[in-house]
Ligand binder design. Structure first.
Ligand SMILES: [Zn+2]
Length: 377
């Protein structure tokens, strides 16, 4: 916390995509975390490094920031991966979570204040389902509970057909028996044979993916959040349903004051995905590159734009780190430059401009850039 920053300019706020996010006291940040079944690739890393940077900039303003980053440690993807690996799902999740934590620490991402795991929030999901049913926003069928989702695509500006395509692409099963509408989403999933299940009023089952985040966010941070972050591929269906379910129960709108959907990282024009076999893992890059270079590679661009990873970009990031650190060792120039570094970051997290200013001016301006960008030394 840098109290001087807020006292000098009390109306300063972080602006994201032109929308200011004024904070008076506490900022509640929810970052959609990992489903721990494979190790951290650059797409995951980009999301959490950007959230960490946004949080550092908010703290620079002198406000308290409370960060909640969940772990979806019970989910269809984990169960399938555990089956393939012939490993208990909770063991697989624990090992992958440990590796993820190591990667985050290497990249200088601070541990969140809260790290709820869905298997510890079963009661919250059951209460969420109960309240949704009581308001006729959800219904039970065949031991599962479904949220009425016909209006949700409109939240994301989507037509029904495109919405159904995206639901399928994210592992949803719109044609599953029991749904009144293909766009209804699972709040509570009946446990199949051999699957883990917790007791509920509707029989043994587990939380639906979107409902899990709704329950964890509301339990930890309350009926709404100031900043909700995640990869841009989570915009729909995950975040749209998460928010719709929260608003249906609490009546507090909007559930998220600001969304930060971080651009996806691709390779050779294709999305980085385990199924495509084109993952670039953080641990592989860090074998022969400095963590600061990888962190800067992820940050030296627009936060909301999709981009393609190449080895030459990583080389350029190595040079940029050298330039910045050399500049940080020079004597300080005009004090205005230091302020311009901060102003650039407050203006839609403009890291490229903050770096240019810091490197040109050197001294305190460069050190401010190093500090606010959370670069490991
Ligand atoms: Zn989520």
């Amino acid at each position: 916390v840098d109290p001087a920053a807020s006292l000098d300019a009390p109306a300063r706020a972080l602006r994201l995509q032109g929308i200011p996010l004024p904070i008076v006291g506490r900022a509640r940040v929810y970052a959609c975390g990992i489903t721990p079944y494979d190790t951290t690739h650059l797409g995951h890393a980009a999301t959490f490094v950007w959230v960490d940077t946004a949080v550092r900039v908010l703290r620079f303003l002198g406000v308290d920031v409370e960060v909640c980053r969940n772990v979806t440690d019970v989910d269809d993807d984990i169960l399938a991966a555990a089956k393939r690996a012939d490993t208990p799902y909770d063991q697989l999740a624990a090992v992958q979570q440990f590796r993820f934590d190591q990667d985050m620490a290497a990249l200088g991402v601070r541990a969140p204040d809260h790290e709820p795991r869905i298997h510890r929030h079963i009661d919250g999901v059951i209460r969420l389902a109960g309240h949704l049913i009581a308001r006729d926003m959800a219904y039970e069928a065949n031991g599962s509970v479904f949220f009425r989702g016909a209006d949700v695509p409109a939240r994301a500006g989507l037509e029904r057909a495109e919405a159904e395509r995206l639901v399928r692409a994210h592992g949803g099963r719109p044609d599953e028996a029991g749904r009144a509408d293909p766009l209804d989403a699972v709040v509570w999933q009946r446990a199949g044979a051999g699957e883990p299940g917790w007791p509920s009023p509707w029989g043994a089952g587990r939380p639906g993916w979107h409902a899990g985040c709704t329950a964890m966010a509301m339990t930890v941070l309350g009926a709404s959040v100031d900043l909700h972050a995640g990869g841009s591929d989570l915009r729909f269906p995950h975040h749209a349903y998460e928010a719709a379910q929260a608003e249906a129960v609490s009546g507090v709108k909007p559930f998220a004051r600001t969304w930060m959907h971080v651009g996806t990282v691709g390779i050779g024009g294709a999305k980085m995905a385990k199924s495509a076999g084109n993952l670039v893992l953080v641990s592989d890059v860090l074998r022969d590159h400095r963590p600061a270079a990888l962190r800067l590679l992820l940050l030296d661009r627009r936060w909301d734009a999709a981009w393609d990873y190449t080895v030459s970009l990583l080389g350029a990031a190595e040079s940029r780190v050298d330039e910045l650190y050399a500049a940080a060792g020079r004597p300080s120039g005009a004090p205005a430059a230091e302020d311009e570094v901060a102003a650039s970051l407050l203006d839609d997290l403009d890291v490229p401009r903050a770096l240019d200013v810091g490197i040109d001016a050197g001294g305190a301006a460069a050190r401010t850039a190093v500090r606010l960008l959370g670069l490991p030394f």
